[in-house]
Design a protein around this ligand. Structure first.
Ligand code: ATP
Length: 192
């Protein structure tokens, strides 16, 4: 999977629609303090399914919506669109959040679930937790991390994080099925 374009509209400091193309290879974002470098990276993580407001440096997820300045009012919604190439085809993923209305995803024009988006990017090793997106200070953080936390980063890089997520879901379903089976056994035992 290759990310090709990112469009922000009303996301954090990007009050007006802004679009940037992502060239092949390593991309670095440079600029003066407070110009929005970290906001850009957060937009990428957010559209890929990040659900923790703390990872967006906010209290609630609606904090990603442009909050207004002395000269212009707050926006009622924010949207981030990501274009990516997969198997030779270009696809657009859009995540939109409204104040009080929560957020929704559209993948290639169709409504999608957060879970599916997260697993899709985890499979491609480019998700919201991906080591391909390096925030300021993250290298020092990684060095100081506990082995289990570092292992998660390696798993994501190896592309097995999606499998782990599905394994967790499958184990939960299996547990529920076993509980149902036990109940069934009890009921049939009572009838016998
Ligand atoms: P530094 O190099 O200092 O880390 P940076 O280029 O990474 O800075 P960001 O942290 O991405 O900059 O952007 C910070 C700016 O974004 C601040 O001016 C902040 O007020 C603004 N900002 C963050 N959230 C919102 C929001 N919801 N609405 C409006 N502006 C916001």
């Amino acid at each position: 999977m290759r990310l090709t374009r990112l469009r922000l509209n009303g996301f954090k400091s990007f009050a007006d629609p802004s679009e940037l193309s992502i060239a092949p290879g390593l991309t670095g974002v440079v600029g003066p303090n407070g110009c929005g470098k970290s906001n850009l990276l957060e937009a990428l993580r957010w559209v890929m399914g990040e659900t923790r407001p703390t990872q967006m440096r906010g209290q609630g997820m609606e904090d990603v919506i442009f909050a207004g300045t002395a000269r212009r009012g707050a926006r009622p919604w924010a949207e981030v669109a990501l274009h990516f190439e997969r198997d030779g085809a270009e696809t657009e993923l859009v995540r939109r959040i409204t104040r009080d209305g929560g957020s929704a995803y559209r993948l290639a024009g169709r409504e999608a679930r957060a879970r599916d988006i997260q697993v899709m990017f985890a499979d491609a090793a480019s998700g919201a937790q991906s080591p391909a997106l390096v925030r300021q200070g993250q290298i020092a953080e990684l060095i100081g991390q506990k082995p289990q936390a570092r292992r998660r980063v390696i798993e994501e890089a190896a592309g097995v994080a999606g499998l782990q997520a599905r394994r967790g879901e499958a184990a939960a379903k299996l547990g529920a099925a076993e509980a149902n089976l036990q109940k069934l056994g009890e009921v049939t035992g009572q009838l016998a």
